[in-house]
Ligand binder design. Structure first.
Ligand code: AQP
Length: 328
């Protein structure tokens, strides 16, 4: 069975973008692949985190993964820092990554664009750690949103570089992006990605938002003055984003939605999307609360880390041998 791996950072409350761009695919792929899904807490600390919030966000993230239907009997679900080999291989790959490559990473450039000081070295070398996450498990496919695709491309280059230098060691992975919704945009600035660390809470639908509050956010989403519901990313990015959200949650095609709202105004359209989002969150949160009460999270993570750790240990032994680290 081929392997699939992906992770999400517990760097804030998860957004609808994280679901539509990433988690939705994890759930679809779990029957086809041997899955490794982790909580990327080592990535999260590349920017400042409050330890209490980090802990709470980590637990929420696991509960949400389970509420969305990730099945622990099919998926190895674990916390990144529980498998030490991520850091170990991360260092090795750091030593094989060129600064020129890291300088070209658009996510680093975006995240540091407005910051002049206190940018951590970890944020800069984040892509090498991400490559380690993927290569440790010989992942064949990595489902990600568009923003992370460049990092998977770098991972491919690193795998090939290492294999060429030391002999066949790593599987070269393929990124997989959703056909619709690979980049859900901010509700307040549809030129920008919906991001959990956005300072404006109105820009994001958080998965744990009060469903009625989420509906209001949709109602106050920035659109345009054209007044026609149609998919036009260049001239109507806000309306196009709402079409994407609706289509991803309900399964209706964009064309069906455009036909449905022909001759109708943005108020009607937003009300429709708002109702969908409200119902989606109510259902999700009911499951999320039940999972938190069930107390199953700890045992799921323990088993996940054990399974992942066994594979990572073997891979790291192989890497160490190749590097000349393993003397006996
Ligand atoms: N707006 C989005 N649309 C589609 N996919 C998205 N993803 C994130 N935002 C969107 C995808 O979610 C997965 C997990 O992302 P992450 O938390 O590891 O890192 P990120 O891409 O940096 O996500 P955020 O929400 O923007 O976090 P912060 O604000 O902390 O940086 C990835 O597959 C990502 O593509």
């Amino acid at each position: 069975m081929k392997r699939c791996l992906s992770g999400i950072q517990p760097s804030g409350q998860l957004t609808l973008g994280n679901y539509i761009g990433a988690i939705r695919q994890f759930v679809q792929l779990q029957d086809e692949y041997e899955m490794f899904i982790f909580i990327a807490n080592m990535h999260a600390i590349t920017v400042a985190q409050d330890p209490k919030k980090l802990k709470a966000n980590t637990k929420d993230l696991v509960a949400l993964y389970l509420a969305f239907g990730l099945d622990p009997s099919k998926v190895n679900l674990f916390v990144q820092s529980d498998v030490v080999q991520h850091a170990e291989l991360g260092w090795v790959l750091n030593c094989h990554t060129y600064m020129g490559e890291l300088n070209r990473m658009t996510q680093f450039k975006d995240k540091t664009a407005k910051k002049e000081t206190n940018i951590s070295a970890g944020l800069y070398t984040y892509p090498s750690l991400m490559a380690a996450d993927i290569l440790l498990y010989d992942a064949d496919v990595v489902p990600v949103g568009v923003d992370q695709k460049q990092h998977v491309e770098l991972t491919r280059d690193l795998a090939q570089r290492f294999n060429n230098l030391y002999g066949e060691t790593f599987v070269v992975p393929e990124p997989v992006t959703a056909k619709i919704g690979a980049k859900v945009m901010s509700l307040q600035n549809p030129e920008k990605k919906m991001s959990k660390s956005d300072e404006n809470p109105k820009a994001c639908i958080y998965l744990l938002d009060e469903p009625k509050v989420a509906r209001k956010k949709i109602m106050s989403a920035v659109t345009d003055s054209i007044g026609i519901v149609q998919y036009d990313l260049e001239n109507q990015p806000g309306v196009s984003n709402l079409l994407t959200i609706q289509s991803s949650l309900s399964g209706e095609s964009i064309d069906e939605l455009v036909a449905k709202f022909e001759g109708k105004g943005y108020g009607d359209f937003k009300g429709y999307v708002g109702d969908t989002v409200e119902a989606f969150l109510s259902d999700l949160q009911e499951k999320y609360r039940a999972i938190l009460q069930s107390g199953e999270i700890e045992s799921v993570l323990e088993q996940g880390a054990k399974n992942a750790g066994n594979i990572a240990f073997k891979k790291m032994r192989k890497v160490k041998k190749k590097l000349g680290f393993q003397l006996f």
